[in-house]
Write a protein of this length. Structure first.
Length: 129
């Protein structure tokens, strides 16, 4: 990865699959906090989805809503993320899905990377179809 600073409002990330613009101005590019949250949610979601598929559960959709808490007194740093996983499907077992979230936490490298500095909380909502 290579990052090129274009000016005080724009950094261009040159990644293996293309370019991405990072900026504190959301009209110019992705804000750093969005990328941090996306990394955690994306990793957790991918691991969780993979576990559900391997268990052949009857689900049609998984969504993740994220609430972020920041501390303005510490450079507005992220102190907490609440990830609410909503699983839509038939005859879903809540205990099994909760266990899957625990397993997800153990195997998500992004959660493991931030767990000492950011409180990451996973919640579950089930929608029966």
């Amino acid at each position: 990865m290579k990052f090129v600073i274009k000016d005080e409002n724009q950094i261009e990330a040159q990644l293996g699959h293309g370019k991405m613009v990072i900026s504190s101005d959301s009209d110019i590019g992705f804000r750093p906090v969005e990328l941090l949250v996306s990394s955690v949610a994306g990793c957790s979601g991918s691991v969780f989805y993979s576990i559900l598929k391997k268990q052949r559960l009857d689900f049609t959709e998984v969504t993740i809503d994220v609430e972020v808490e920041r501390n303005k007194n510490e450079a507005n740093r992220v102190v907490k993320m609440v990830l609410t996983f909503t699983v839509k499907g038939k005859q879903l077992n809540e205990k099994k899905l909760q266990r899957n979230l625990e397993i997800t936490r153990r195997y998500c490298s992004m959660v493991r990377s931030v767990e000492e500095s950011i409180d990451v909380v996973e919640k579950l909502t089930i929608v029966e179809e």
